[in-house]
Design a protein around this ligand. Structure first.
Ligand code: NG6
Ligand code: CA
Length: 509
């Protein structure tokens, strides 16, 4: 209620004409449930529905065959925090300071006054929940949170009725679950302390105590040790609350399933963000060795299992025809992201980004062209769609579906592409701006992709990732050269000039 009140002035600023026109369009919108499954670091080519041969993802494939498989779906950025920021706010993250990869003790990046994707649903009478990886900061200010109390602001201030989250990532402290903004299973006599500056006296680290590790870092990740794995950042205490990586998929999937069960009789929106297949990749023993590709492949099987649990639950609750399931990933794939988990050695011929160049962190397509699936059995026609789509549009698209106006100045970069998302016509996006990990921008427009010149490094040696940076203009024809191998900037200066100007105009909007 408080939230509705806080948006009233904004809603009142919507022109009367708009309201009249749109309320006449359809009196009461249908309110399907929406489950958004957001994978972490899963590449376009990691799923068998997208052509992977070395790995089989039957549950994801089932979702693909009962719905629409998008071949040109993008995350807004090639890393996690900016993609999630854009997903929830409908604003390109490069417009906003402080939206780079967040530390585990970052303060809330999306402040309570922001209108979000979750608000679209909550203000339409949905029950809203987020389960899994958050990585958008918690609490008021970086480094000042009291982790032992109510860590606020948090998801409940930006539209989520329920939350069960990892504050940041699996490889960052604090390694605890946070439910409705309080650490789960915390013993008040053993409080949690977190620092991203210095270690706590007497606490072992991966750097100084490698003998305590069951998985060793390949780069970074050599600070506090939790469950035999050293992480980014230092923490102390909270022994009874520390997560066990091997149980994480079970734990968050069962929370997601409970959310579906508890809200079966009202419309709900569930944002289910898996930790798979981000590092550290430590799947449950029942998946270990099953892919033949080591922990990264096994974590892909675990992800597929989680998807299966969601689909089975919807079916069991008789909700499958009433529920839209969307599946995507926050950025492209990376093989060695900081732990010696044999991902490189056991990769074989598998191509995590499929035919695309680059991967996580990159301006090339591998950075942001990610899996995209949507199913709504009985309503959405199954098929394959090559429309240019982006997760940033979910706010405007679902607002259109629910016929709710978006407050003035909210979700400035989010576009309504409901027809394309529901596979009933619609052209999709005309253009899309993307950012790599150094915030270098590129723009896709029809068949063209222009990557702005950058003095940033071409390659990150540690992860063996191409960033897509070059100190000259880059122009690729994505239809004839989806692998972005031939830079056409010199021979197509007209297109370069046009896209440069367009990018400039969007930036100054
Ligand atoms: C990097 C980490 C990487 C991963 C990434 C964030 C090091 C050396 N590398 O800084 O392991 O955590 O941040 O990934 O620390 S993301 O998917 O959440 O954006
Ligand atoms: Ca990620």
């Amino acid at each position: 209620m408080q939230k509705i009140n806080s948006f009233l002035p904004l809603l009142l600023s919507i022109p009367i004409g708009w309201l009249a026109q749109n309320s006449m369009a359809q009196k009461s919108p249908i309110k399907p449930n929406v489950v958004f499954i957001y994978a972490d670091d899963i590449g376009y080519g990691d799923l068998s529905c997208n052509g992977a041969k070395a790995i089989q993802t039957p549950n994801v494939d089932k979702l693909a065959s009962q719905g629409v498989r998008f071949t040109n779906m993008h995350s807004s950025a090639a890393s996690c925090t900016p993609s999630r920021y854009a997903l929830l706010t409908g604003e390109y993250a490069w417009r906003k300071e402080g939206t780079g990869i967040a530390a585990g003790n970052a303060g809330s990046i999306i402040r309570p006054d922001r209108y979000t994707l979750a608000d679209v649903f909550q203000l339409s009478g949905y029950k809203t929940g987020v389960v899994g990886k958050w990585h958008l900061g918690l609490g008021d200010k970086t480094g000042t949170q009291d982790w032992n109390g109510h860590i606020t602001p948090g998801p409940s201030d930006i539209g989520f009725d329920y939350s069960f989250i990892l504050a940041a990532t699996g490889d960052r402290v604090p390694c605890v679950y946070v439910e409705n903004e309080r650490i789960v299973d915390l013993d008040p006599k053993d409080p949690v302390y977190v620092s991203y500056e210095k270690n706590f006296e007497g606490e072992p680290t991966g750097k100084l105590n490698p003998e305590l590790l069951k998985m060793h870092p390949s780069h970074g990740h050599d600070m506090s040790i939790v469950n035999g794995i050293s992480r980014i950042g230092f923490m102390k205490g909270g022994k009874s609350a520390l997560w066990i990586d091997e149980e994480m998929a079970d734990r968050i999937t069962s929370k997601a399933v409970s959310f579906l069960e508890e809200n079966r009789s009202k419309p709900f929106f569930l944002y289910f963000a898996t930790q798979d297949v981000h590092v550290p990749r430590v799947p449950h023993p029942r998946f270990v060795g099953k892919s033949g590709m080591g922990p990264r492949g096994d974590a892909l099987l675990e992800f597929d299992w989680s998807v299966g649990e969601i689909l089975t639950t919807l079916k069991r609750l008789n909700l499958d025809q009433k529920t839209i399931v969307v599946l995507s990933s926050d950025n492209g794939p990376v093989v060695d992201d900081g732990y010696k988990d044999q991902a490189v050695e056991l990769l074989g011929n598998h191509k995590p980004a499929g035919v695309y160049r680059g991967g996580k962190y990159s301006s090339f397509e591998g950075g942001t062209r990610v899996p995209g699936l949507l199913s709504w059995p009985g309503t959405v026609k199954p098929g394959v769609s090559d429309r240019l789509l982006c997760q940033i549009d979910m706010t405007a698209t679902f607002a259109a579906m629910l016929q709710v106006p978006i407050p003035a100045n909210a979700a400035p970069d989010s576009e309504n592409h409901l027809n394309a998302w529901l596979n009933r016509g619609g052209k999709g996006r005309e253009y899309l701006v993307l950012q790599n990990v150094q915030n270098n921008l590129s723009i896709e427009d029809g068949k063209w992709k222009f990557i702005a010149p950058s003095k940033g490094p071409a390659i990150q040696k540690l992860t063996n990732t191409e960033f897509g940076n070059l100190d000259k203009d880059q122009l690729y024809d994505l239809i004839t050269d989806s692998g972005e191998k031939v830079n056409l900037a010199a021979s197509h200066s007209d297109q370069v000039a046009r896209l440069k100007a367009k990018l400039q105009q969007i930036k100054s909007k």
